[in-house]
Design a protein around this ligand. Structure first.
Ligand code: UDP
Ligand code: MG
Length: 317
């Protein structure tokens, strides 16, 4: 019988874990010819998440868990889960039921059909989200798709079901700065998009503040595009051309009318403006350098504290 691994990243989700398990297993018993294993990844939670997961594991040998030594972020949690998945298929789902388990049979059938290697979910609305956040999100997708050759689909959730070859390809992307929306797209394969409406969280609250989302967006752009690096060259060229015409203008004015040694305030404005542009460009360069620095260190993507479940023993990492 085939095996489906469901990877579930959890960070401070004690209230949501059991709800998720109940909802998901209600759907999974209806899946024909496939066994299911759950891999809960406790991303360094400080509440009772791990305890709740261990309780599930004691009841059901299909539940396995990994627990990080600290919070490494959802991207790292997904990577760890996929790395430990043994399934012929692997799905990634949020624990807050914003990824409706009801879609699992459709996703599985799509991938099993053989035509697609991956079935992914995108939401077609952003109901229940602050309008300003939706606006920024839409702008982000516009910008990144202009800048990057890798297509980033607007509204794409991380909820997706993949075939084993695709999972292996994702696991070969061992970069430290992980931007999964880009990684899933970069590895290629044939993806079918399944559309759904936005679902509100079942319990707890979102871990994403507006600021965190901004940083995430910038990380995504830096990870999948080098276009910002070209900004410095383009701006440099533009200002050289402007400077050339300015010089010609000043010389002509001096020769024809004379007395052009005025304009101290405009000079100050120009110097400030150009200094700003220069610092901005150095900043862009710095961002790429910083990412390269972190990448070169070759640090592990996550560190396990303990793991267990699946009817086996607990292991202390
Ligand atoms: N999550 C995680 N580590 C983090 C932040 C979030 O594993 O540092 C998990 C979280 O438990 C949830 C999923 O990632 O299962 C999505 O998080 P959240 O619901 O807060 O994001 P949103 O749905 O608001 O985008
Ligand atoms: Mg959520």
């Amino acid at each position: 019988m085939e095996l489906l691994s469901i990877v579930v990243p959890c960070y401070n989700e004690e209230a949501a874990v059991e709800k998720f398990y109940d909802a998901a297993s209600a759907v999974c018993v209806g899946l024909a010819d496939v066994r299911v294993e759950y891999i809960f990844v406790d991303d360094g939670s400080r509440d009772g998440t791990l305890k709740a997961v261990k309780e599930l594991a004691a009841r059901d040998s299909a539940v396995r868990w990994l627990s990080f030594s600290r919070n490494f972020g959802k991207e790292a949690a997904m990577y760890a889960g996929l790395e430990h998945a043994r399934g012929d298929y692997a799905a990634v789902m949020d624990v807050d039921l914003q990824d409706p388990p009801g879609l699992l049979p459709e996703l599985l059938d799509t991938v099993r059909g053989g035509e697609y290697d991956c079935a992914a979910v995108r939401r077609v609305d952003r109901k229940g989200e602050p309008p300003i956040r939706s606006w920024f999100a839409r702008q982000f997708y516009k910008v990144i798709n202009k800048m990057s050759k890798t297509e980033i689909v607007d509204g794409a959730r991380d909820f997706r079901l993949m075939s084993r070859p695709m999972v292996d390809a994702v696991l070969r992307m061992t970069e430290y700065n992980r931007f999964s929306k880009g990684i899933f797209s970069w590895v290629g394969f044939r993806t079918k998009w399944v559309e759904t409406v936005n679902v509100e969280r079942s319990a707890g609250e979102s871990k994403w503040s507006f600021f965190k989302l901004m940083v995430y967006a910038l990380d995504g752009i830096i990870a999948f595009s080098t276009a910002p690096l070209a900004i410095a060259s383009v701006l440099g060229l533009v200002f050289c051309v402007i400077a050339f015409f300015a010089i010609v203008f000043v010389i002509v004015r001096q020769l024809v009318w004379g007395g052009s040694a005025f304009g101290w305030p405009s000079l100050v404005c120009i110097i400030l403006f150009l200094a700003g542009i220069q610092l901005f460009c150095v900043g862009i360069l710095g961002q790429y350098l910083a990412k390269t620095y972190l990448e070169v260190k070759g640090r592990p993507i996550y560190v396990l504290r303990e793991s267990g479940g699946g009817g086996g023993h607990e292991t202390r990492a």
